[in-house]
Ligand binder design. Structure first.
Ligand SMILES: *[C@@H]1O[C@H](CO)[C@@H](O)[C@H](O)[C@H]1NC(C)=O
Ligand SMILES: *[C@@H]1O[C@H](CO)[C@@H](O)[C@H](O)[C@H]1NC(C)=O
Ligand SMILES: [Zn+2]
Length: 244
């Protein structure tokens, strides 16, 4: 009797193991209770300043204020996990995150813990606009939480880290470059995000440590310190790996 039951149990365990292996390990790095409390206590506010425009109306119909607030919070928790900032002392001091939907060109930008999302972009986006704006919010929320080397880090790296978080949250866009794409490591956005993903595959935790080092300043030498090779060599290795 007991022996007969063992087979399904064993295959269940095996299946679970295989599933866990195949899933992004990131999702199993639990957010510490202290960080959850901290992120829950942040004041989240979303204002649609484009009501009456096509984009403002589309925002209300397809995305909405309640959903956006929940993404600001989820993306903050996700950042905390990606950067492993469980203690308050390790992370930025953020009291509120505000988001405005407004008439403007471009896609979105963030300053002073305020995210501005373009109503025009929301109006014009063809495809799943809710998913797209969710991805945009993961990127922008990362700008709130990431370190920028006291303003000395290359802009392309800052944008690359923001898209790296978006990638890990599984909101990359289909038109992004494939792994190995791009001309320079600090080209920014998808190109740098893919490169950082490669660097992190050499040593899991690389992006965490890079962000931590960027708390007080920036040097390209961080790549040598963390991976034993300079960033140009790493970029060449990366291009060779994907043969382009
Ligand atoms: C949004 O609209 C409110 C009034 O509804 C205004 O007080 C606020 O300044 C506007 N914010 C931005 C960023 O445009
Ligand atoms: C954005 O949309 C508004 C109204 O929907 C329009 O008046 C304005 O010209 C647009 N701006 C840009 C930069 O496209
Ligand atoms: Zn950005």
């Amino acid at each position: 009797m007991a022996r007969h039951n063992l087979v399904p149990i064993l295959s269940f365990l095996l299946l679970t193991l295989v599933t866990l292996q195949g899933t992004d390990a990131l999702h199993f790095f639990k957010t510490e209770p202290e960080a959850v409390t901290r992120i829950n206590s942040i004041h989240y506010e979303v204002t649609n300043n484009a009501t009456g425009t096509l984009g403002g109306t589309r925002f209300t119909d397809k995305i909405g204020i309640t959903y956006s607030k929940s993404i600001l919070q989820l993306a903050s928790e996700f950042n905390c996990r990606v950067f492993r900032q469980s203690k308050k002392s390790e992370s930025k001091n953020v009291e509120s995150i505000k988001m405005y939907v407004e008439t403007m060109d471009g896609v979105a930008y963030t300053s002073n813990d305020e995210i501005h999302v373009s109503a025009n972009y929301t109006a014009d986006y063809s495809g799943d606009v809710k998913r797209e704006i969710t991805g945009v919010l993961y990127h922008e929320v990362t700008h709130i939480w990431q370190w920028n080397g006291n303003g000395n880090a290359p802009g392309g790296l800052i944008e690359g880290i923001a898209d790296y978080v978006r990638l890990k949250a599984k909101y990359a866009q289909s038109h992004w470059v494939k792994p190995g794409g791009g001309d320079r490591w600090d080209q920014g956005y998808d190109v740098t995000a893919r490169f950082l993903d490669y660097c992190n595959s050499i040593r899991n935790g690389f992006v965490v440590d890079l962000n931590t080092k960027m708390k007080n300043g920036y040097s390209d030498n961080f790549f040598v310190e963390l991976l034993g090779k300079n960033v140009d060599q790493l970029w060449r290795d990366y291009k060779t790996k994907y043969d382009n």
